[in-house]
Design a protein around this ligand. Structure first.
Ligand SMILES: NC(=O)c1ccc[n+]([C@@H]2O[C@H](COP(=O)([O-])OP(=O)(O)OC[C@H]3O[C@@H](n4cnc5c(N)ncnc54)[C@H](O)[C@@H]3O)[C@@H](O)[C@H]2O)c1
Length: 275
């Protein structure tokens, strides 16, 4: 889909990955609807971007709030062509920690914002996209969700977060199947660690091993690199139903694991052979 003159909804668009996406799509001529809980940050984003942008205080997990925001977007710009779901929250709580079992309320809140919020926004936006005049290939809309590498490789304390992001990843293909007849594509980005206010909350103790696991380049991701991928997903008509890791090859260091394995095997051989 051509980005110029299209209407793009960005949840979590007032900060971090969402704001970087907003800047990039705006520079390519999109009209923006930023949906975020944080009113101050929404106002700063609007001041920075100036033309063709509205900001709406929205809670993605709340049905009425998203319905109102989508209606405001249609009233202002007439339609919706693109949705980028970036709104999300993190959490860190062990299944059973020093203070007892994981608070159930925290687990539910994380699922509610990251998973239910993503679905809530995309189902309502897709309904509007379906009414667009089809473009090339009969395309009417593009949806991008944000999961995390924690969907595949969650760390200690990330049960709730990983479950929410695993859900976002798992629902991508069935939604692509559901929306195909409406000419709407959907893809998910699974970022590694990016330099945003969300990550700034993490201690060095958390950040250091995560950077260590990144193969190359060994640094935090730049939000502009996330924005580059969102634009490519929008512009590439054959990309559908996929979750794309954007993580500098972040994996556990297999060399160490193999080495440990061979030492263990050697010990077993030693015992067997009586060496
Ligand atoms: N930064 C990273 O390293 C990283 C890694 C993997 C995945 N992610 C995911 O990327 C997305 C964006 O994260 P970020 O790093 O830009 O964080 P961020 O905190 O900078 O931005 C998130 C935005 O979402 C908004 N938000 C939170 N709850 C909301 C709600 N209920 N309704 C509407 N808006 C709400 C916040 O106000 C904030 O502006 C999140 O889904 C996060 O889980 C981030």
């Amino acid at each position: 889909m051509n980005i110029e003159n299209k209407v793009a909804l960005i949840t979590g668009g007032a900060s971090g990955l969402g704001l970087a996406t907003a800047r990039n799509l705006h520079s390519k001529g999109a009209k923006l609807v930023l949906m975020d809980l944080n009113e101050d940050n929404l106002n700063s984003a609007k001041e920075e971007l100036k033309d063709n942008v509205i900001g709406i205080v929205t809670n993605v997990a709340d049905e009425e709030s998203v319905k109102k925001a989508i209606q405001s977007a249609v009233d202002e710009f007439g339609s919706i062509h693109i949705l980028v779901n970036c709104a999300g929250i993190g959490s860190a709580s062990k299944t059973v920690g020093r203070d007892g079992a994981h608070p159930l309320e925290i687990f539910k809140i994380v699922i509610d914002v990251n998973l239910v919020g993503t679905f809530n926004t995309l189902r309502l936006a897709a309904e509007v996209m379906g009414k667009n005049e089809p473009e090339n290939d009969n395309e009417c809309g593009v949806i991008i969700n944000t999961a995390s590498v924690a969907a595949f490789d969650g760390q200690i304390g990330q049960a709730a977060y990983s479950a929410s992001k695993g859900g976002v990843t798992a629902m991508t293909l069935p939604i692509a199947r559901d929306l195909a007849r409406m000419g709407i594509r959907i893809n998910t980005i699974a970022p590694g660690i990016f330099d945003t206010p969300l990550m700034a909350m993490a201690s060095d103790e958390v950040r250091k091993p995560l950077i260590e696991m990144t193969q190359f380049p060994k640094r935090l991701g730049d939000p502009d690199e996330f924005a580059l991928l969102t634009a490519q997903i929008i512009e590439n008509p054959f990309l559908n139903g996929e979750t794309i890791r954007l993580d500098g090859g972040k994996r556990k260091n297999l060399l160490i694991n193999k080495f440990t394995l061979s030492v263990k095997n050697f010990k077993v051989v030693q015992q067997k052979e009586g060496i």
